[in-house]
Design a protein around this ligand. Structure first.
Ligand code: HEM
Length: 227
């Protein structure tokens, strides 16, 4: 088992497994965040965020999510470096460009940009909700349900550049997913010639939903505040 996990295919296997876990997390996260779009009073989103923050199952899943992220990042780094060292000097990247997509050849760069986005994102919201607190969270809190809606919408309304960071973050995430989605199934042995095309289509549908959904939220909040 240890030798499998240390092998190149073992590392890819773990990356794909943690990747599929992150893919599921994003769907749930988008579903909860989409409540921002449907209720301007914020009650719907605040209750959903509070449920996610206090539900015992989610509280168990959260550290697993963090471990999944860390594993995914560490193995991506190791695999990228190992592949680069294994290549002959002067390797011409363009040659592989004919058969592979731009995203597939730049997964590490895309992943690194997502990581930078995540550091900003966690500092904006997660850190405040879980650890440091904020007067915005306390303003209008009802029965211990903190006003996460006010925290999120204040960010998106007051700082236009935050909206740009979130839209770019969503687009970069989308590019990463166009390759990651079907590749994860392939590495786990859950795809064959027949399924590859279907998974690619499903991957595109998932990507458009997730990247589009995450990009629309800050834009919607900003634009509707100006109307
Ligand atoms: C419009 C876009 C987004 C909004 C409004 C949003 C909102 C939030 C909020 C309010 C939290 C804190 C939740 C809590 O602890 O109660 C959070 C946490 C988090 N977000 Fe986002 N998010 C967005 C996009 C994203 C994207 C694109 C990713 C991944 C690339 C992401 C990954 C995370 C992670 C990993 C956490 C910490 C784990 C958790 O609390 O569930 N978010 N987000």
């Amino acid at each position: 088992m240890a030798s499998f996990l240390n092998s190149s295919i073992g590392k890819k296997f773990l990356m794909s497994l943690s990747g599929l876990f992150l893919i599921s997390f994003l769907l749930v996260h988008l579903f909860v965040n989409s409540m921002i779009l449907f209720d301007k009073s914020g009650v719907l989103f605040n209750n959903a965020a509070h449920f996610m923050g206090t539900n015992p199952i989610i509280r168990i899943v959260e550290p697993i999510l963090a471990i999944g992220f860390i594993l995914h990042i560490i193995y991506a780094g190791i695999l990228t470096l190992t592949n680069q060292w294994a290549r002959p000097v002067g390797y011409n990247k363009q040659k592989s460009g004919n058969s592979s997509s731009w995203a597939s050849r730049n997964m590490f760069i895309l992943g690194s940009l997502i990581f930078i986005f995540l550091v900003i994102h966690v500092a904006n919201f997660f850190w405040k909700v879980k650890f440091s607190g904020s007067e915005l969270l306390d303003k209008g809190a009802v029965n211990g349900v903190e006003n996460t809606y006010l925290l999120v919408t204040t960010f998106f309304i007051n700082w236009w550049w935050i909206d740009i960071v979130y839209v770019i973050g969503a687009l970069v995430l989308g590019l990463h997913l166009t390759h990651a989605f079907w590749a994860a199934f392939q590495t786990l042995g859950l795809s064959d010639n027949r399924w590859r095309k279907r998974l690619e289509i499903l991957g595109w549908a998932y990507t458009i939903l997730v990247a589009g959904g995450f990009a629309i939220i800050p834009l919607w909040v900003k634009i509707s505040s100006m109307l």
